[in-house]
Design a protein around this ligand. Sequence first.
Ligand code: NAP
Length: 546
Amino acid sequence: MRPPVGNMFSSTWIVTPLFVTDLSTARTFAVKARDAGADAIELRCDRTEATVIEAVLRDPEIRRLKTILTIRPAWEGGGFTGSEAQRLELLRLACRYQPDLIDVEWKAWQNSAGFADVLAPCLMMPETWRASAATQRRAPGLIISNHDFVQRPADLHQRVAAMAAIPEATVLKVAFAAADINDAVAALTLYNQRSDFNDLPLVAIAMGEAGQISRLLAAKFGAAFTFAQLDAEAHSAPGQPPILTLMQRFRFKEQRADWRVFGLVGSPVSHSVSPMIHNAGFAQTGYAGVYVPLLTAPGYDNFIRAINGLRRLPGMNLGGVSVTIPHKSSALAYASEESGTIDPVARHIGAVNTLFFPPGGGIRAMNSDAAGAVAALTSGMGIKAEMLRDSDVAILGAGGAARAIVAALCELGARIAIYNRTPARAVELAQQFATGPGRIQARDIHDFSSSHHKIVINCTAAGMTPHVNDLPFPSDAKLYTDQIVFDTVYNPRRTRLLQMAQHSGATCVEGLEMLLSQAAAQFEGFTGQPVPSEAMRAAALDALGR
Ligand code: NAP
């Protein structure tokens, strides 16, 4: 077997791609990329003149970053539409100006006439590439790449092994469209199989939102590099995070193999501020862990497949997950099936918003929504929870959040009226938690207009971004100065409902308070450390606006 390339990639590079048009734009971009924290620039020269390729590769400012040169043909998802002979000539020319690496498709290396024969003498062999690249520039190393924009290749492992068999290969790169999170798990699994691939540096990317952890956790799994956008507006590949997000939110440069991973399982998850909140807490306490979005399609089977795939991935070290719509009842069923320890509150509510996977094995399930809501409400009112006994509360909505809050308020002895757009769900919820005559009742949503409850809690999604103009009750309803209005929606912070409440002189309680409170309970369970509340609050305010 060939000797490994060495530790040129002792830390995972952040590579930012640029579609090269002219020297000046490329130089400006390179300066910004370096300032942002990129280690390397991928010069995408799919449509670039030969003279510009030369100028860019000779530019000292650009060469302060490591360089990868790519001329991607249309048949592999790129923009080069000339002949393979023309492309080969451009690549040969580019090699003269010594980019650190050139990227050539596995299929071209195998099938395009002359590619292997003409390019091999222009390249540095893998075993010498590292030492030379570290000291002085000479011939480039070779990335052998393969892309599938439709699906994960059925023969993924064999394919990468075949790529590794190319003697000139310095780095192997495989990228494919992810249908679900298990495709990201398949990509990360390849890092555990590097001995099958001659121990060559590897980049395995599951593209798209479902595959995002293959990028976010690339440093933890020891990838050669990962791609990141210079700014949030640039879109060169789906799921590619901005450099700053990767560095600051996911602490990419600090990630180590033994870090624990946490995440948010749900659909959708991209709107959530939980990654900002928890990662800020981890950073503040120096905790060796990272919290990532884990997009998981609806359905119990999808939930189980995702959780089991993540838990069983060697090296993943999954410490726990927050669970959101639509998986909270699936999480309860999963914890029961796995004989986990289920917090009585979660069992009573019938939903779980957090699963813990302790290092020693087993599962613990809890629901911190209920306690989080009560904490937000009582702190907003300046009272103790016991003082909610006999208080008159209107609950708007009858979904998961409503169920958690109704369960908690019933326990505290409040009198509850449930209003919901779909009346049958309000009736069902009222029946489930009925504690005694008159304590809890389902009311028609139109009755809300003539009601006057002491406390009004919105547990519907009405008013949440992007539907910011929606109200959870009929337009002729009024709010009053002596009321407490609590909106569990936190994005935006000041919902239309809270604006209306403020205008009426009512006391307002923001959903952000509930979010922070339930996240604090999760953080404590995840890390066993005291909660850095101020850092977590600051991260939420940064994300949602102060
Ligand atoms: P869910 O189980 O899907 O229930 C959604 C509820 O909202 C249902 O009662 C639904 O009524 C109602 N609804 C949806 N759109 C509506 C509209 N345009 N007008 C009136 N009613 C509408 O969701 P969930 O888990 O209960 O979450 C609901 C909301 O709670 C979320 O949007 C989230 O913002 C908030 N929440 C906040 C926190 C926090 O920490 N702050 C935690 C959890 C949830 P139907 O029954 O008629 O469909």
